[in-house]
Write a new protein. Structure first.
Length: 172
């Protein structure tokens, strides 16, 4: 249990915080070396993909002994200069896979963007319609509960709120 907590902290520090600081230093240099910048871009691409895979794999294999330590070792392998892990993983695994499936990935992402936008618009319309309905229900409730308003003026207010409701929901 304690080893797992320590490993998670080390993954956060050595897998994310330290590389982020090194990347920051690289970007802020007066003269950025393209190879160093390329290394950090490749590193963060791989880390992003690992984060996606990790979210799914944690559900199924987090019970494996030394799982957290293995993740830590992978992160160290990736950024430690002598292992050149980032270059190896990028050039031998990631780049060939993406090159082979790039059109499928682009098509899937475009479809996902379209569906997400359609879903957002659908929920926006539903929420605004519900908001308008609830707004007029509150107005009707307040006018019916108000003891200070005479019966005739209360009916006028109720008709007025109904008129606003019809105007708002009419599709012209």
């Amino acid at each position: 249990m304690l080893a797992d907590v320590i490993s998670r902290v080390l993954v956060m520090v050595l897998g994310y915080a330290y590389p982020a600081f090194q990347c920051f230093k690289t970007v802020e240099k007066n003269k950025v070396e393209i190879e160093e910048l390329r290394f950090w871009c490749q590193y963060w691409i791989i880390v992003a993909l690992l984060a996606v895979v990790e979210r799914i794999s944690d559900i199924f294999i987090s019970w494996v002994p030394m799982y957290a330590e293995i993740k830590l070792a992978i992160f160290l392998y990736m950024w430690y200069p002598k292992t050149k892990g980032t270059g190896f993983v990028y050039e031998t695994l990631l780049r060939p896979f993406v090159a082979k499936h790039e059109t499928d990935i682009e098509r899937s992402l475009q479809e996902l963007r379209t569906r997400s936008w359609d879903l957002a618009i659908y929920y926006y319309h539903n929420c605004t319609e519900l908001g308008q309905t609830k707004f007029f229900q509150v107005i009707d409730y307040l006018t019916s509960q108000s003891g200070r308003i005479k019966k005739g003026s209360s009916e006028k207010l109720s008709k007025l709120s109904y008129w606003f409701y019809i105007k708002m929901h009419r599709r012209d």
